[in-house]
Design a protein around this ligand. Structure first.
Ligand SMILES: [Zn+2]
Length: 136
């Protein structure tokens, strides 16, 4: 079992809830600017996200990325609730506190995270070159 004191768990919960709030605000802002770009209204309301420096596709990628983190953070809060927070989901080893300090929603210990990333890469299908269009 991970040796995290109640005080530490409470601190992590606080951190996670703060991240949730930040991500929520950020996502709202980003989604808002994508919608605004779609509607092409009020061009004078330009902010950092709706500026032309960001293509809409890039913004959607960013939103998807933030949503992924949001889910991870929700899961971490759930682990806090059921008492498995701080234990690697794969091997059960305690996740080093140094790692939790940086990434309080870390799901795996470092070696397992590496394995997960590697197998993710392996699972990604290698796309064959598209067949030439018979209709030319
Ligand atoms: Zn592990």
């Amino acid at each position: 079992m991970p040796k995290l004191t109640k005080a530490k768990l409470a601190a992590y919960r606080k951190r996670l809830l703060e991240i949730l709030e930040e991500l929520g605000v950020k996502l709202e802002h980003m989604e808002d600017s994508v919608l605004r770009a779609e509607n092409e209204t009020s061009p004078d309301e330009v902010d950092e996200f709706s500026s032309e420096n960001y293509s809409q596709e890039f913004q959607i990628d960013m939103i998807e990325n933030e949503e992924k983190i949001l889910r991870e953070v929700y899961d971490a809060v759930e682990r806090l609730d059921n008492g498995t927070f701080g234990a690697c989901e794969s091997c059960g080893a305690p996740i080093p506190e140094m790692r939790l300090e940086i990434l309080p929603y870390a799901r795996y210990c470092v070696p397992c995270q590496r394995n997960a990333e590697e197998s993710e890469e392996k699972e990604a299908p290698i796309q064959p070159p598209p067949p030439s269009d018979p209709l030319g």
